[in-house]
Unconditional design. Sequence first.
Length: 394
Amino acid sequence: RGISVVVVGAGPAGLTVGSILRAAGVGCLVLETATREVVEHRPRAGVIEEWAVRGLARRGLARTLLERAQAHTECEFRFAGERYRFGYTGLTGRHHFVYPQQFLVTDLVREYADVRGGEIRFGVRDVRLHGTGSARPAVSYVCPDSGERRVVEADFVAGCDGARGVTRASLPAGRVRLARHDYGVGWLALLAEAPPSSDCVVFGMHPRGFAGHMARSPEVTRYYLQCPPGDSPENWPHERVWAELRERLGAAGAPPLAEGRLIEKRVLDMHSYVVEPMAFGRLFLAGDAAHLTAPIAAKGLNLALHDAFLLGDGLVAALTKGDDSALAGYSDACLARVWDYQEFSQWLAEMYHGTASGDPYRAGAALARLRRLFSSPAAAAEFAERYLGVRTTG
Ligand code: APR
């Protein structure tokens, strides 16, 4: 009753869409398989680009973020035993915001449900879509308490249920194209209960494999270690992880790594995919449900927010003004940025992984790509521009 949009998934994409809809008084229901506790504590991404923060702020969704996020202005590359600082803010006047995704999700749940009065059901099971190609689609789900199946009709369905969601499967197979790229490497994704060991993001290109260091908060630091795809986290006990990080991130004059308990250890098989188009009938996909970018260039959360701004605004225009033009152009508008960011991630991936590829030709080319950032002002300017994302407002 009174539900115009069912949003499947309470990640950054779904909650942003829901909050935009609620600000315009549109009735909506968010369905989420996890509990509120889980979505508010699950560590994921953490780098947000300036245009995305402005987009959130314009929609009243960045108050806490603006108080608590850190501004990052530089990154550091380490290779051949040396450190190379790259000050992207000095080149562009722009910076990165670092704010853990679970903090953003916590802010958005509060804003959507507690402030704007949006309906949300956590812990639902077996979500199914019905009649997405029809004028009146529906979503059904099993209630966590009663175990009964409920059906909700709506005008539109927003598929924001991430990489492992169910909504993508409702796009008819003959009408969509799935473009997929496998990088052929794994990344061991680690969260350490340790303060950051550098005042900026550090990328280590080493013959033993890539290593990365990213501050998340004063108490928690994310690290990545390249590993074989399909490797098991069990192969990476505490001692081995820290020895390998010290080796791959070691460079003349680098401060020692602050070690700490590893509170997350997962192997990511590095791959990306894009679903085209991102819509069918009255179903619109947003975020990881439609496209995944391996966490090479920290673009996933930003693309999810870009989709969510366009989808939220487009649904509001359709439902409150009868103007369907933004929804009609939604998929193309999202995909232009998705492909731009995919291409940058692919370019950067080769620079990260070439050195350890075992192929001297790729290793030599990767090193040349890296050195060019520090010898050519034009190459540096282009890298800074793309690393920080687009210039436009969100
Ligand atoms: N029904 C309802 N909810 C579901 C279902 C389902 N069948 N399957 C998954 N979900 C929920 C997940 O529990 C999660 O809370 O959908 C939500 C999807 O959120 P995210 O995975 O965070 O995806 P998205 O909002 O697109 O944000 C993309 O997340 O993975 C990171 O790096 C990525 O930063 C990027 C961001």
